[in-house]
Design a protein. Structure first.
Ligand code: G6Q
Length: 558
């Protein structure tokens, strides 16, 4: 745990609670248990530790757990008042206490017809009005009725946004590309002009529509990219200032700034401060998704997420996917000392999921002060990382199999992979998906290795030399999450499941998962340094490294 600087002297006492202490004692019993023995003892283990939700299977049997472990974990969740906090979130309570905001992304996908109250007002009419506006607009653009400045229909959409205004829609568009039926959608986030220039070079201003997606409409990277795009657009012959309205729309909570940028508020899609950036793909921030796959499919995605919301709200803990995943994560992080967790999709279309969850999880729970301002004495958010599973097998899986770290993994796949449609590819993909969790759990003992080498005709001396290198203990835990197929609905459920997992872990650690103060300082310092780079001189006091770097730039730039 990070220790050099104490930020707050008041310490949280979570680790002293009976629920935590029970888990400490239980961990002593479990830490040397091998999963293979648990499977030998209980042939029903798969049934006991798996559950289904609408064609999504969660198999969590390959974890170092028994039913007693789960009982202790659920007891802990009850003691941390997960139910009460869950209610508070869904009913518009002040969950984001440091910013004084509700956390109501669940209202964006509320398909029940029931009101959702926030500060005494039902938010649903506004939510539904924005969905209607999205439908009218997307139908218009997709049908070709919306025309660019030369009367041609739109063919390419460029979403300009960053962080929460980029990662969710980008990941969703990649995941749901088999449902796309016309428009091409691109994402520009980086202020490194390489990304924007490369994209613009391939686009025709007559047929390109820009979505400027920014909750605050003050984000430096986004506004810089948006201004450069507008300049690029206006630089084309015969383009008039008034044509901007046909090629630029905005998604924001900040009407004034949108107008100041030159976008007609009629072409502005709204959302609200109770939607966190990293939880906003369900809002109008999802406009690029709706343009790509159509509004009906977008609604399907909302329906899937809503179904998971209902599951999370109503299922008891022991059949509740987000709660189970969250508590297993707590078990490894706080009791086994795991510091990271890998997301391994065996689906090319889910290749951006690890990056999306990196933000969703680490920006939410990467905190060392609890919601009451006390220093935590326990570890909190884990390092979330990952990549497409099958590629990872030929890269970093060595460390998962034989390294010294315990790294819990989530393996994700679809039984019917719509885009993996070449003969044999699907079975190869699925076989690797299944085999890896088996291998991670089993490992290979000396006896089995010896036998294998002997059967391969290797002589005894060589066998003994190879033995330690080819033997490994296994016992690496994994969850397998298997979708019948990746559709807008199942995708919505999958993402909502992870959102709620993150929520539950935040509650267990007594964190506010919905602020992100840690990212502010860097932005502020960058503004000072930008000033210095522009003026070519040091204006602020810096340490010798920062000063040295600045001077290096001053002296060497051409
Ligand atoms: C997400 C964060 C952050 C945010 C970006 C973009 O939860 O707050 O990733 O989404 O910084 O912010 P804007 O949408 O305001 O441009």
């Amino acid at each position: 745990m990070r220790s050099a600087r104490v930020i707050s002297n008041i310490k949280s006492s979570l680790v002293q609670t009976p629920a935590w202490q029970r888990l400490v004692v239980h961990h002593n019993d479990m830490q040397r248990v091998h999963m293979m023995d648990l499977f030998k003892k209980n042939p029903n283990r798969f049934n006991d530790f798996s559950l289904q939700f609408e064609g999504i299977l969660l198999d969590y049997s390959k974890n170092i757990i028994t039913s007693k472990t789960m009982d202790h974990l659920f007891y802990f969740a009850r003691k941390q008042r997960v139910k009460e906090w869950r209610h508070k979130m869904f009913t518009g309570g002040n969950v984001n206490n440091t910013e004084g905001r509700a956390v109501l992304h669940t209202a964006l996908r509320n398909r029940s017809g029931q009101p959702v109250m926030h500060n005494g007002k039902d938010v649903m009419p506004d939510v539904l009005a924005q969905l209607d506006k999205m439908r009218a607009f997307t139908d218009n653009v997709r049908s070709g009725e919306w025309k660019g400045y030369t009367g041609k229909p739109i063919t390419n959409i460029i979403n300009i946004g960053i962080g929460g205004s980029d990662l969710g829609p980008n990941m969703a568009c990649r995941a749901l590309c088999p449902f796309a039926d016309g428009l091409r959608v691109h994402f520009v986030s980086n202020v490194d002009a390489t990304q924007l220039s490369n994209r613009l070079a391939k686009c025709n201003p007559e047929t390109t529509l820009f979505i400027v997606a920014s909750k605050t409409f003050t984000t430096q990277e986004t506004i810089t990219n948006a201004e450069s795009s507008k300049n690029w657009f206006l630089a084309h012959p015969d383009v008039k200032q008034s044509d901007v309205a046909k090629h630029f729309v905005a998604i924001s909570t900040n009407k004034e700034k949108v107008e100041a940028f030159g976008i007609d508020p009629v072409n502005m899609f709204e959302f609200w401060d109770w939607v966190g950036g990293r939880y906003s793909l369900w809002s109008t921030i999802g406009l690029s998704i709706a343009l790509y796959i159509g509004m009906d499919q977008f609604i399907e995605m909302l329906e899937g997420a809503h179904a998971m919301d209902e599951h999370f709200l109503n299922e008891p803990f022991d059949t509740n996917m987000p709660v189970i995943l969250a508590m297993i994560g707590i078990w490894y992080g706080n009791f086994f000392g795991a510091e990271s967790s890998a997301i391994l999709p065996y689906d090319h279309n889910l290749r951006l999921l690890p990056a999306y969850l990196e933000q969703a999880d680490m920006e939410s729970n990467g905190k060392s002060v609890d919601r009451d301002g006390r220093q935590t004495t326990y570890s909190t958010g884990k390092i979330i990382w990952g990549a497409e599973g099958i590629n990872g097998q030929h890269a970093f899986y060595q460390l998962l199999h034989q390294g010294t770290l315990l790294i819990p993994t989530d393996f994700i796949a679809s039984v019917n992979n719509k885009s993996c449609n070449l003969e044999n590819h699907g079975n190869i993909l699925a076989s690797n998906f299944i085999a890896q969790t088996e291998a991670l759990m089993r490992g290979r003992d000396a006896k089995e290795t010896r036998l294998q080498l002997r059967n391969a005709g290797i002589d005894m001396k060589e066998i003994e030399m190879h033995l330690p290198h080819m033997t490994f203990q296994g016992n690496q835990p994994s969850n397998s999450i298997v979708l019948d197929s990746l559709t807008p609905r199942s995708f919505g459920s999958l993402i909502a499941m992870y959102e709620h997992k993150i929520f539950v872990q935040g509650i267990i650690w007594n964190l506010n998962s919905y602020d992100q103060w840690g990212v502010e300082l860097g932005k502020k310092l960058a503004r000072n340094i930008l000033d210095e780079l522009e003026k070519g001189e040091t204006l602020y006091e810096h340490d010798s490294s920062t000063e040295g770097l600045l001077q290096w730039f001053f002296n060497r730039r051409k």
